[in-house]
Design a protein around this ligand. Structure first.
Ligand code: PMT
Length: 222
């Protein structure tokens, strides 16, 4: 079920949410559980790869024989990825990274007061885009979590971020995507589009990695 397609290859995977501090006791985040990224890490390991899993805060444990780097914020995830990216053959961005962070994080707990509280946010670095923009980038697979116009948005992310592949994830479907045990994906490259139907995240990860391997092998032969 898990052919050793990645023997001798190094694959880095981001997974889970990031947390952006609002003050020393509060944060904003999202519903990513890490299950999809961890399933890809497990499948990649079973398929023979050396796997580095850069993970935001999640409640699941890392698969065996995977190198786990735990981070909290998007900036920390960015720094951990960039530190080791030159060594990687393949980069898979499955994390749900916060696009913004608070511009000035108060050093003390914010006190309750009457009226409206207004916060200012500044952009976080785009980790996937930074990886793909390197002089000699690894082979890149991004994800696109969308609720509408899924394929169009995914295709524009593929082009704008200069990726090899993107996995479009319709996160409006109940029972799939964020936090569930099952998922479905549409995998898009410059000139192909393949639908992987709903199944367990682990089985989906195996199918996704088989597709990735054929694109990756083709790219190495050019
Ligand atoms: O963790 P689970 O509960 O199992 O759920 C899985 C999932 C729904 C989170 C996953 O399948 C998924 O779709 N992950 C991508 C979520 C996302 O944030 O997508 P995006 O469209 O906002 O980002 C596009 C791509 O850029 C993603 O590969 C993302 O990792 C990357 N990105 C985004 C922003 C940023 N600052 N840095 C990034 O690297």
């Amino acid at each position: 079920e898990a052919p050793a397609l990645f023997a001798g290859k190094k694959i880095m995977i981001t997974a889970g949410p990031t947390r952006e501090a609002l003050d020393p006791v509060r944060y904003i985040s999202n519903h990513s559980s890490g299950k999809m990224g961890y399933a890809i890490a497990e499948a990649a390991r079973k398929m023979g790869a050396h796997v580095t899993l850069v993970s935001g805060p999640v409640n699941i444990s890392a698969p065996p024989n995977v190198e786990l780097i735990s981070v909290t914020s998007a900036q920390e995830m960015h720094d951990a990825v960039m530190r080791d990216i030159q060594q990687q053959d393949i980069f898979i961005a499955c994390a749900a990274v916060a696009d913004f962070r608070l511009a000035d994080i108060p050093t003390h707990k914010v006190k309750k007061k009457d009226g409206i509280l207004t916060l200012s946010f500044e952009p976080n670095p785009d980790i996937l885009q930074a990886v793909a923009a390197q002089a000699r980038p690894p082979f890149t697979l991004g994800f696109a979590a969308e609720t509408n116009d899924i394929e169009a948005y995914a295709k524009s992310k593929l082009e704008r971020k200069k990726l090899n592949m993107i996995a479009a994830n319709d996160v409006s479907l109940s029972g799939l995507g964020f936090n569930s045990d099952r998922n479905a994906l549409t995998v898009i490259t410059k000139n192909s589009k393949i639908s992987l139907p709903a199944t367990s995240k682990y089985r989906l990860a195996i199918e996704l990695l088989k597709l990735l391997n054929s694109e990756y092998s083709a790219s190495q032969n050019n």
